[in-house]
Design a protein around this ligand. Structure first.
Ligand SMILES: *[C@@H]1O[C@H](CO)[C@@H](O)[C@H](O)[C@H]1NC(C)=O
Ligand SMILES: *[C@@H]1O[C@H](CO)[C@@H](O)[C@H](O)[C@H]1NC(C)=O
Ligand SMILES: *[C@@H]1O[C@H](CO)[C@@H](O)[C@H](O)[C@H]1NC(C)=O
Ligand SMILES: *[C@@H]1O[C@H](CO)[C@@H](O)[C@H](O)[C@H]1NC(C)=O
Ligand SMILES: *[C@@H]1O[C@H](CO)[C@@H](O)[C@H](O)[C@H]1NC(C)=O
Length: 417
């Protein structure tokens, strides 16, 4: 902050000492618009390109080879019956319990395009159908205020299938992006605006940076719907799959892929904050508590999920404060899964269960959304937590009250607070 005020004073001095540049000084308050922004998306919140050259395919109707990269995520044409099964097979990961890392299926090459620009995080479906709108409403509003894509508003998309323990290159890229954005914008500190899992990803970054670096480059962490201690919904992702809410797809078709993602294991309710005795799955023959996940994964035939859980559980395990000002924003008063019941007409695990709900944003439980409050006592920087009643996890990105709040209270405030 000192560097920024120093810069400002030098500029002011330069202005006052030169009559010829008076118009520049008058223009200064207008030129100095809001803080630069870097958008960090959540699970599923970015484009992903794939190229295929597979030795064998799951069904005769699945494409075996493509001449170039195509949109493997999200492409609504791929999420239709039959074809979705090919898609699910292409987008799976394979876990190696020796290297403790994941790889793509053999013959599948995946890349995340447009790092540094917003193109990958504005619309999930590149064809821009309305239910694929993601950060687009916020970015559009910022453009009307003079922001520029790729310069003052930028995106940091990543392979959301993986957890931060496999994100070495991404975090290096993100560090460079933050420093470059700061420099390109007259040394104005950067606001990280995250959605969902992007919050824990940003926390991981900040937990690995010096206080000096954070004070220099980061104005605030502004998280939307951060699952700070995980979400009970993840348990259902493992048992019966999840249709990603807004999209019309069969959850069971997504399940084989979702079960292989370390990010799914990472978002399992954190054992340091949740009661291990809490029953989350009821079946006619046995009930599973949160602490029974090893057995649950075994019974589901996915024992490797327990290894992925071991690898990821401590990445932000005890929720160390980020050491920057925090705006912890989230939806509330939307029924959110707390317990999943399978009975004789909802067969475990292939039918969708009866869902008992509590407070949250429809995806993340309230307790997890509010866990950022812990940091109030852990850091000197302010921590503001705010619920927006009636806002669902993804739809909050399209709510004007939320967007206006971010612009007025986060982006348009002075940088040197
Ligand atoms: C490691 O993975 C292999 C292949 O999936 C499996 O056969 C083996 O039992 C696993 N080892 C351990 C220690 O989990
Ligand atoms: C960012 O992407 C937009 C299109 O989405 C393009 O118009 C713009 O030139 C890009 N900016 C940079 C700096 O690459
Ligand atoms: C890192 O940045 C480079 C250069 O922008 C980009 O090509 C690459 O895809 C990025 N990788 C990750 C994992 O972010
Ligand atoms: C599971 O829990 C429910 C509710 O507490 C209970 O009624 C039921 O008997 C339990 N089922 C088993 C198999 O233990
Ligand atoms: C936007 O959020 C506000 C605050 O939670 C809520 O009152 C309002 O109904 C929401 N608007 C829409 C269109 O959902």
């Amino acid at each position: 902050m000192a560097a920024v005020s120093a810069f400002y004073f030098v500029f002011l001095f330069f202005c006052l000492s030169s009559l010829m540049t008076v118009f520049v000084c008058v223009g200064l308050p207008f030129k100095a618009k809001g803080s630069p922004v870097i958008l960090i998306p959540g699970d599923g919140g970015t484009h992903m390109l794939g190229k295929l050259d597979r030795p064998k395919v799951k069904h005769y109707y699945c494409r075996q080879r493509t001449s170039d990269y195509f949109n493997i995520w999200l492409n609504l044409e791929e999420l239709v019956p039959y074809i979705i099964d090919c898609w699910s097979d292409n987008i799976k990961l394979t876990y190696n319990n020796k290297t403790r890392r994941t790889t793509n299926q053999i013959g599948v090459d995946v890349k995340i395009p447009h790092f540094g620009n917003t193109s990958s995080v504005e619309w999930l479906d590149p064809s821009k159908v309305s239910y694929g709108s993601y950060f687009a409403p916020l970015v559009d509003k910022l453009i009307t205020l003079g922001y520029e894509r790729g310069i003052t508003v930028r995106g940091a998309p990543y392979d959301f299938r993986k957890a931060p323990n496999e994100g070495e290159v991404f975090f290096k890229n993100l560090t460079n992006l933050i420093e470059e954005t700061y420099k390109k914008n007259d040394n104005k500190r950067v606001v990280l605006v995250t959605h969902s899992m992007g919050g824990p990803y940003a926390l991981y970054l900040l937990n690995h940076k010096s206080q000096e670096w954070k004070d220099k480059y980061i104005k605030s962490l502004t998280s939307l719907g951060g699952p700070w201690t995980g979400a009970v919904k993840i348990v259902r992702v493992f048992t019966s799959g999840d249709n990603l809410g807004t999209f019309v797809v069969n959850a069971l078709e997504l399940r084989p892929a979702q079960r292989t993602y370390p990010s799914s294991a990472w978002l399992y309710p954190n054992d340091k904050f949740w009661d291990s005795k809490q029953v989350v799955v009821e079946t006619p023959t046995r009930n599973y508590t949160l602490g029974d996940h090893k057995q649950l994964f075994k019974d589901l035939g996915i024992p490797y999920a327990y290894d992925m859980w071991l690898d990821t559980k401590d990445l932000i395990g005890s929720l160390t404060a980020p050491g920057v000002p925090v705006f912890c924003l989230h939806g509330s008063e939307v029924p959110t899964g707390e317990k999943f019941i399978y009975d004789d007409s909802h067969i475990f695990p292939d039918d969708q269960p009866i869902i008992l709900t509590g407070d949250g944003d429809g995806t993340v439980n309230m307790k997890s959304l509010k866990a950022c409050l812990l940091w109030k006592d852990q850091q000197k920087h302010p921590v503001l937590e705010k619920g927006f009643p009636g806002n669902e996890h993804v739809h909050m990105l399209q709510n004007n009250t939320v967007i206006d709040y971010i612009i007025k209270n986060v982006l348009m405030t002075p940088d040197n607070l």
